[in-house]
Design a protein around this ligand. Structure first.
Ligand code: 3H9
Length: 696
């Protein structure tokens, strides 16, 4: 047999082998191949078949690239039904990850074997979908309803041992996938085990109270998403019907969801997350080797970066200005690692080993002599940064990468202070650095390609999502943030309350609104940014002052118990503070503004138009490579709702002409702030959208 699926005979045992790199997705050719291989097995003398995959993983699911295109037969549920209907046993061997349709192929097999390290999961909800090839109907028959719904609504990957205890796999066998399958096949032959179809099993009785609790938890955890609860309904209602009817219900749910903008947005997010990590300019460029990382500064950011490196197998030397500060930094890192132990993410003995063997804290720059990469995370002042880079230039070995974690300063200026600007790069982490997945990789004018490649390799090692950014104030993320936050401030001056703006944006799907975020980050940060930019301010700029008033009153946000919101025992997550409204009202009165009311829709429309317009500028100026790089930045660093795909994808969805119309309307009252980005104007004139610039 030719193609991605083959059938081979090994004595009494047949082997159906899938080989469709990189992840064995069930493309049309694989589906056709599986049917042909099942037919070949049925017609053969072999008494039992092993179904396995070559390469690093079992089938990782349906081929997502086919979604949104006209479906091609045979459909996966029918392929799986064809395998399950065979009257000779099929054993599926899982290695790597059996995900989505891949796991559903396993559920349609008569027996399942995992090798150690294998994981199974139904991650369709991450794509705005539900399992569509029997997952909602077969899994509850194996594990019970509650466990099954929990697995597909959380999209979590279940390890081999847990799969065994849940009854998902019949055995975990420590061997190569082929050998594991052969061992189990011989057992089937020896014991005369029959065909065993999951679709013919009954769902164990369950308690509605548990189901209601799961529904409530799922709804809370996935606000705004449409797929999760639909999945539970399909599983519950479908399994009350004969199996074939249940499958129809599942198919209907799957296809309904396939038509939703959420599905398109989440698949855009999936492919964009991967596209940012493989830069065309880095093809064939080898990164420099990194095992020992230096970190300058042991504050929240430096400590977080150190923890991220330690947890991912790198050796860290952290430098502070004196011995006492170095000891405090060590204590901070020890505490963060203790939290990881508490949350079950780290073994206590591993924590001890990391602190004893992998972490050095010192006040002596000379200890960085053999570091492969040094990340500076000190106070945001050009003078302080230049002082650090002068010292690094003096002590670091030739070829060491020198990185700054600045969030807005000019990386070219920092590089210029050294004798090796080609080795200098910006690595902009987001706080807390061991948790947040975004890493902006800021490429300065003279940064060498292999230094850029090293930034991307570091991101991979730290399991971060890297986005290439050019040099400008705030790079991609903070530059766009400043613009949309200003749009929010203008609405507040005109009459909206910060609390209404936050509420409207949370309803839109953001994790938090901008004023709650400002309280979390510290109101001092915004104040210091405004102070820094004061000399560059244009007299035409509309400026809101209430943030400065809050700062001078010492209301710095969560850390002082007061910011825009009040944080106390009564409301640990914050409640609106009427005094803030009074401060704002006083400013409006002083400026002669008569407040007007805003609808939530108006707030979202304006806020998003500002975000999209600045995103278009950032792309137009080459600061971001493509619109998708802006989307990934906002998704991973700024709490943008994944089910909307990112601001540029959202703009395509609502229509670029509509966005431009909003900007032009607002420009009638403020043509300084609302200047349409040339790229946006050009795309509208040409009848194109942002996705046309994403390539591939
Ligand atoms: C489903 O199954 C629906 C069914 O219920 C019903 C159907 C009727 N398709 O992530 P990586 C590409 S929904 C097409 O970097 P890793 C990926 O784009 C599906 N392509 O590797 C990348 O391409 P490139 C449910 C896919 O080792 C390359 O493979 N399944 C697919 O870090 C390597 O990927 C999922 O949602 C796919 N399904 O991680 C699983 N998957 O090199 C999604 C990957 O050109 N996949 N590619 O950039 C994953 O979670 C990870 O890829 C995996 C490997 C864990 C498998």
């Amino acid at each position: 047999m030719q193609g991605p699926v083959t059938f081979e005979a090994h004595g009494d045992i047949g082997v159906i082998r899938v080989n469709n790199p990189p992840v064995n997705a069930t493309s049309a050719a694989v589906r056709q191949g599986l049917v042909a291989a099942a037919n070949a097995f049925a017609a053969s003398d072999q008494k039992v078949a092993v179904l396995m995959a070559d390469g690093r993983t079992f089938i990782a699911g349906a081929d997502i690239k086919e979604f949104g295109k006209p479906p091609v037969e045979p459909h996966l549920p029918n392929v799986i039904h064809h395998i399950e209907a065979l009257d000779k046993p099929v054993i599926c061997v899982i290695h790597g990850t059996a995900l989505g349709g891949g796991f559903e192929v396993a559920l349609g097999s008569h027996y399942r074997v995992a090798v150690p390290g294998a994981r199974i999961g139904l991650p369709e909800v991450n794509l705005g979908l539900i399992p569509g090839a029997g997952g909602t109907q077969r899994l509850p028959r194996l594990t019970g309803m509650i466990a099954a719904c929990e697995i597909f609504t959380t999209a979590r990957q279940v390890k081999a041992d847990e799969s065994l205890s849940l009854g998902i796999v019949d055995a975990v066998i420590d061997a190569t996938p082929l050998e594991a399958g052969m061992q189990f096949a011989r057992k089937i032959l020896d014991d005369g085990l029959p065909v065993r179809r999951v679709s013919e099993m009954d769902v164990a009785p369950y308690d509605d109270v548990d189901l209601d609790a799961l529904r409530a938890k799922t709804a809370r955890a996935n606000k705004g998403h449409v797929c999760h609860l639909r999945g539970i309904d399909v599983a519950v209602e479908g399994t009350k019907l004969p199996f074939a009817e249940g499958m129809k219900l599942e198919r209907q749910g799957f296809w309904d969801l396939m038509q939703t903008p959420q599905r398109a947005a989440m698949i855009h997010a999936f492919f964009s997350e991967r596209a940012v990590a493989s830069l065309p300019e880095l093809k064939g460029v080898a990164p420099r080797a990194i095992t020992h990382v230096g970190v300058i500064g042991g504050g929240t950011m430096g400590g977080g970066i150190a923890v991220a490196c330690l947890l991912n197998g790198l050796t860290v030397t952290l430098i502070e200005r004196d011995v006492e500060a170095a000891a405090n930094a060590r204590a901070g890192i020890a505490n963060t690692l203790a939290d990881s132990v508490k949350r079950g993410k780290l073994k206590p003995e591993r924590r001890e080993a990391l602190l004893a063997d992998a972490l050095t804290t010192s006040d002596d720059y000379a200890t960085l002599a053999d570091a492969d990469l040094v990340i500076e995370a000190v106070f945001e002042s050009m003078d302080v940064k230049k002082d650090v880079f002068t010292k690094l230039d003096a002590v670091c070995k030739p070829g060491a990468v020198l990185a700054t974690n600045t969030s807005y300063l000019d990386v070219d200026d920092i590089a210029a202070i050294t004798r090796r600007p080609a080795d200098v790069i910006g690595l902009h982490f987001f706080s807390p650095a061991h948790v947040m997945r975004l890493l902006e990789i800021v490429v300065a004018a003279k940064t060498a390609p292999d230094v850029v490649a090293t930034g991307f390799a570091l991101a991979k090692a730290l399991k971060k999502v890297p986005v290439r950014a050019g040099v400008c104030d705030g790079f991609i993320g903070n530059r766009i943030l400043k613009t949309y936050r200003t749009a929010g401030d203008h609405m507040v001056l005109e009459g909206a309350s910060p609390f209404q703006i936050d509420k409207a944006l949370v309803e839109f799907g953001f994790a938090m609104g901008p004023y709650a975020v400002s309280d979390l980050a510290g109101i001092d940060i915004g104040y210091l940014t405004r102070q820094r930019l004061l000399p560059t301010r244009d007299p035409c700029e509309r400026i809101a002052d209430w943030g400065d008033v809050l700062y001078h009153k010492g209301r710095l946000g969560r850390k002082t118990g007061h910011g825009h919101y009040i944080y106390d025992e009564k409301s640990p997550k914050g409640r609106p503070d009427p005094e803030v409204e009074e401060i704002i009202a006083a400013e409006r009165a002083a400026k002669g503004i008569t407040p007007r009311s805003f609808t939530d829709a108006e707030i979202v429309e304006r806020y998003m138009a500002a975000m999209i317009n600045e995103g278009a500028r950032v792309v137009g100026e080459g600061i971001a490579l493509r619109p998708l790089d802006v989307d990934v930045t906002l998704l991973y660093g700024y709490g943008f709702p994944r089910f909307r795909g990112g601001p540029m994808h959202y703009a395509d969805y609502i229509g670029l002409d509509k966005v431009l119309a909003t900007i032009e309307r607002e420009a009638r009252t403020d043509d300084f702030f609302w200047q349409p980005a040339p790229l946006l104007q050009r795309l509208v004139a040409e009848g194109r959208d942002f996705s046309s610039l994403n390539g591939g």
